[in-house]
Write a protein that binds this ligand. Structure first.
Ligand SMILES: [Zn+2]
Length: 429
């Protein structure tokens, strides 16, 4: 057992439904036994109840739950920074040529190591990962993630049209390869499988039908939706009978409580109602939306319709793997929306980067906050002495104010420790 002592904060409630001030919890200490939180409270009380147990002091900064990234592309870790293009041109110029390289299993192995190492260094302990188009590359990702004990949900990316030929597979092959990966990796330790058509632009009705068959196996589902106006117009042309973009998935029964749709920057009200009705979630990826000029995410409309929203980094279109940066950009974009936006406070930002993601991924009973009984996945954000963040934390009025300073100023350089099920996997530099 270990007692962790510091400024420990989490958001076990929902600040979009309750008073954010009531949602934020703060404690002095956590008792962790076999990777699970056994008690929380004042340090003196935990020490008195557990005499002789070692105390790890995490002085300075904040200890928060491990971040949950609900949309990030493993094959694009080497393709960040392709600025200046809208979605479809960016895919053609930057993302897809890099994704083709993962046909080489050795290349994929190196990319998987870089990707997972990057997640840990950014404090991300759980992620819904958009995979590769190549089954051997998925084997490499799953094997490496199992070794690290990360909470990873991922799957083979499926497409049968409108992409470079190397990335295409007929539905029968997609079905067989996916079924094999599901058998090997779904519910293997902390890993789970997600059926992943790239988007309905590159997946025919036959392919989406195969996806529906795979969902019968109790796995997860993820894809893209309503990211960019040219993409939406192309999808409408490809599915002339569909009511809207979401309908291309809905008519194959792919909109479920286990479905996470990335972006949804341009939804109509019928789509929001359908997402809410089926309990599906949306991954909001604000730096990607900014970089590609995709648009300003209508968070208020999602919340008003009762659609669950969490954050995604969307690397490589996004500007890095660090979720607090996404949270800050989400805040900026809501400010830019003026009265149509939803003014986010620091409690919303912590919630969006942690518990909202756990809820979207169905991991909320295990991670996302520090409630007793949950697994100890945590990040210690502790800036270097003398840094601008350290100066600001020293001048914070209270914990909410300290959180605001962290979300405004922190970078991965401030990640001083990361724990996965109680095991420290990142030490201070
Ligand atoms: Zn994406």
């Amino acid at each position: 057992m270990t007692i962790y002592a510091g400024t420990i904060v989490d958001t076990p409630g929902d600040p979009f439904a309750e008073d954010p001030g009531e949602v934020l919890r703060q404690d002095e200490a956590l008792l962790v036994r076999d990777g699970v939180i056994a008690a929380r409270g004042p340090l003196a009380a935990l020490r008195a109840a557990n005499p002789g147990e070692p105390v790890t002091r995490l002085d300075g900064g904040l200890l928060v739950p491990g971040f949950v990234d609900t949309h990030v592309h493993y094959p694009q870790i080497r393709a960040i920074g392709g600025l200046g293009l809208p979605l479809l041109d960016w895919l053609e110029r930057y993302a897809l040529p890099e994704e083709c390289k993962l046909a080489d299993r050795g290349y994929a192995r190196a990319v998987a190591a870089e990707f997972l190492g990057g997640l840990v260094a950014a404090g991300t302990t759980s992620a819904l990962v958009f995979g590769s188009h190549f089954a051997p590359a998925m084997e490499e990702l799953f094997a490496a993630a199992a070794q690290r004990d990360l909470n990873i949900t991922s799957g083979l990316v499926l497409s049968d049209r409108k992409l470079p030929p190397d990335l295409l597979h007929p539905p029968e092959t997609a079905l067989a390869d996916s079924a094999d990966l599901i058998l090997r990796w779904h519910d293997h330790g902390r890993l789970r499988y997600a059926v992943t058509p790239r988007f309905s632009l590159s997946a025919s009705d036959e392919m989406l039908d195969a996806c529906g068959q795979l969902l019968g196996k109790g796995v997860w589902f993820t894809s893209h939706i309503n990211e960019n106006l040219a993409e939406i117009a192309t999808v409408a042309g490809l599915f002339p009978g569909s009511r809207h973009y979401l309908d291309t998935y809905a008519r194959h029964e792919l909109v479920t409580p286990r479905s996470v749709f990335a972006h949804n920057v341009h939804p109509d009200d019928a789509e929001l109602a359908l997402l809410a009705e089926h309990g599906a979630s949306v991954a909001h990826c604000p730096t990607s939306n900014s970089a590609l000029g995709s648009g300003l995410f209508p968070l208020r409309r999602h919340v008003e319709h009762g659609v669950r929203v969490a954050l995604g980094s969307d690397v490589g279109a996004g500007a890095g793997l660090f979720l607090p940066k996404e949270a800050l950009q989400a805040y900026f974009m809501q400010q830019l929306l003026g009265p149509a936006g939803l003014c986010l406070n620091p409690v919303h930002l912590l919630y969006l980067a942690t518990r909202a993601g756990a809820l979207a991924l169905g991991l909320d009973a295990r991670v996302g906050d520090f409630a007793v009984g949950k697994e100890f996945d945590a990040v210690w954000l502790r800036p270097a002495d003398g840094s601008t963040l350290a100066v600001n934390l020293r001048n914070a009025r209270d914990t909410t104010d300290a959180l605001a300073r962290v979300f405004t100023l922190a970078t991965p350089a401030d990640v001083a420790g990361v724990w996965l099920r109680g095991v420290r996997v990142l030490e201070p530099r």
